[in-house]
Design a protein around this ligand. Sequence first.
Ligand code: ADP
Ligand code: MG
Length: 247
Amino acid sequence: MSHTAFLDRPVTTAPVPTALRMDNVVLTFPDGNGRITAVDDVSLAIERGRSLAVTGPSGSGKSSLLAVAATLTRPDSGQVWLETRSGAVDLAAADARRGAELRRGEIGIVFQQANLIESLTAREQLEAMAWLGARPSKARRRDARERADDLLDMVGLGDAAGRSAGALSGGQRQRVAVARALMNGPSLLLADEPTSALDSDSGRVVMDLLLDTAREFDVALMLVTHDAAAAARCDAGIHLVDGAVVH
Ligand code: ADP
Ligand code: MG
């Protein structure tokens, strides 16, 4: 006999913890007298703790798609559902202020270049994330510092926390960028060609970090990459040609 007979509500399996779902996203840009379709009716979903590779030739719309997921670009049509701490939000409908809020708290982004502030130490790059938009209390500062140091440890830079950005190698800088992207506990981590400016050894370390942190921190990872080996290491993949998914 089923135990469920004694429950007043039916037992269902837990919903799949989808972090990001894009439905029929279209993004166009002005192009001469007409418009160019950078993202052509793309739908996808990424669960927390899982990774999706986005591949495709140059100009196929990879960065445009990532920019939509990052709330950096609003699509012409379609929905972009992000499961946040306070429920599902349609990023396609988020205004600039809400977008900035989401990028601060829910979405971590890593670009090809680490974009560190040269005058700050590795630790301060991370701490600055916790200070954005808020006057930090003493307790908050202490928490931020602890989390920054934990994350730098995790990316293998515990000893370099006090070193300034300018004293770090390219691979180290990108590891700081990954740690920084995780600083505010995002549900979604977006990476646009994060290893393409690195030598292959440093690139592999950064890839390991991205895939490991997605699993360990239960973050959904969207990885734009030219690197077939990196794409093959993701849980799933889509290939874009002229903005559309091809199989
Ligand atoms: P990928 O990252 O795959 O190289 P992009 O997303 O950068 O591709 O570009 C996709 C298409 O959209 C290209 O044709 C590109 O020229 C165009 N595009 C991208 N961003 C803009 C923009 N801000 N203004 C006009 N066209 C753009
Ligand atoms: Mg690109």
